[in-house]
Design a binder for this molecule. Structure first.
Ligand SMILES: C[S@@+](CC[C@H](N)C(=O)[O-])C[C@H]1O[C@@H](n2cnc3c(N)ncnc32)[C@H](O)[C@@H]1O
Length: 268
């Protein structure tokens, strides 16, 4: 089934977008658990880069997913800033930022209505809101945000070029764009060209694959347990790939270097 899925993904940007939307919509319908708040692969601090990230008891189980958000967000000080997260998923990351990093406000957008509904039901901080929106046509005026964050979402987009142009448009002059996601090595050259041809100034780019692989290992048991317990047999392999559990092709592709996980930070 997942081979057919991969085949369709390669067919056209429109089909790719439609299939991803269908996937995320159905994920919420099938698994509406409020305690599943993150959908990224996580980050394990290998060289004490993050310092001692203090988390509440309640947030501790999500430490590795939160650490990836913290890694992305620490590109700049978010205190009193107006922040946009594109592809906010089930809302855990934007809620973490609203609680711990004191932005004036953070808006999470996602193209899955179900994700937005779930995030709104789960969180209610005053400096946090969620709205439906497409990364390739951001529903905001130009020069609206100090910071745009984008975590493990852009591999679903039909056009990365359009997305990068949209981020540039909605950022205020001097605003920061912090991006992280995975790509296959074959896709790297075209990604670099898209970033190079944008009007952004590159501040830093880092390969964080080792930190992500370590986090994947550390959360492996928990994910596998969830899949064994809740996912029907015919969907198990697709879920194992999606979650990149140990021994999945996805996990192995990070280990062998076929896929890399990157963070880029830009200034407008
Ligand atoms: C792997 S999840 C990551 C979610 C969240 N960033 C996290 O780390 O938990 C990818 C998210 O991107 C969203 N997404 C994919 N394509 C999108 C698009 N074109 N516009 C907005 N959101 C999109 C999906 O609905 C999904 O919630």
């Amino acid at each position: 089934m997942e081979k057919f899925f991969l085949f369709l993904l390669r067919l056209s940007p429109k089909i790719k977008r439609t299939l991803w939307r269908w996937w995320y919509q159905n994920l919420v319908k099938s698994y509406p658990q409020f305690n599943w708040q993150f959908m990224n692969y996580g980050f394990c601090d290998l060289n004490s880069e993050l310092g001692n990230l203090n988390l509440s008891q309640e947030d501790e189980p999500n430490r590795y997913f939160i650490q990836l958000y913290y890694y992305l967000a620490r590109a700049t000080d978010l205190e009193d800033k107006i922040v946009l997260e594109v592809g906010s998923g089930r809302g855990g990351g934007a809620a973490y930022i609203a609680d711990y990093l004191n932005p004036q406000k953070i808006i999470g957008i996602d193209f899955s209505q179900e994700n937005i509904k779930l995030a709104r039901q789960t969180y209610e901080q005053t400096n946090l809101s969620f709205q439906l929106g497409d990364a390739e046509a951001l529903p905001f005026n130009s020069d609206s945000f100090d910071v745009v964050l984008n975590l493990e979402s852009s591999h679903c987009y039909g056009s990365m070029t359009k997305f990068v142009q949209e981020v540039y448009r909605v950022l205020k002059p001097g605003g920061i764009f912090s991006w992280a996601d995975f790509r296959s090595v074959e896709e790297l050259e075209s990604l670099k060209q898209i970033f190079k041809q944008s009007k952004f100034e590159l501040i830093q780019n880092t390969n964080i694959t080792p930190q992500v692989v370590k986090a994947l290992l550390l959360v492996n048991q928990r994910k596998q347990h969830f899949i064994d317990r809740y996912v029907p047999g015919f969907l198990k392999t697709a879920f194992e790939e999606f979650a990149a559990v140990e021994d999945s092709e996805m996990y192995q592709s990070f280990r062998t270097g076929k896929n890399v996980y990157l963070n880029y930070v830009f200034r407008k």
